[in-house]
Design a protein around this ligand. Structure first.
Ligand SMILES: [Ca+2]
Ligand SMILES: [Ca+2]
Ligand SMILES: [Ca+2]
Length: 132
């Protein structure tokens, strides 16, 4: 019977864990998602980058299953605050915070223009990253 109790507890806890994972902010750059470099992010390319369907639909304003850089920029104009991914709220993105939301070390270096070890909002704005 004890084993059954454990199972019950695990079942009660697990939904909470998966929910926490799905709400963790993620980000990807338009250029890295556009794997075939045709300046369009298709639904397939977005899915490979881990973008949920609902987010894709929100960015794809005309609903043709393709995100153009114009659509990407329009979304970025509304959703480009680093607050969403700045977990310790010091108004800048550390390497740890960047890696957690899906950035590679190389991508971090590109955005960290003054090489301070942090990405500021100003530096973030110069990139083509989409936060969701
Ligand atoms: Ca493409
Ligand atoms: Ca579109
Ligand atoms: Ca921070």
């Amino acid at each position: 019977m004890k084993f059954l109790n454990y199972l019950f507890i695990a079942a009660a806890i697990l939904p909470g864990i998966s929910q926490a994972q799905s709400t963790a902010p993620k980000a990807a750059s338009f250029s890295s998602m556009d794997t075939n470099k045709d300046q369009i992010v298709t639904k397939e390319e977005a899915q490979k980058a881990g973008m949920p369907d609902a987010v894709f639909k929100k960015i794809d304003k005309d609903g043709n299953n393709q995100i153009t850089s114009t659509e990407s920029n329009a979304y970025r104009a509304q959703n480009n605050s680093i607050d969403a991914i700045d977990s310790d709220k010091d108004k800048k993105i550390s390497r740890d915070e960047a890696v957690k939301m899906g950035m590679t070390a190389q991508e971090f270096r590109i955005l960290d223009k003054d090489n301070s070890g942090y990405i500021t909002q100003k530096e973030w704005d110069t990139g083509d990253w989409i936060i969701w």
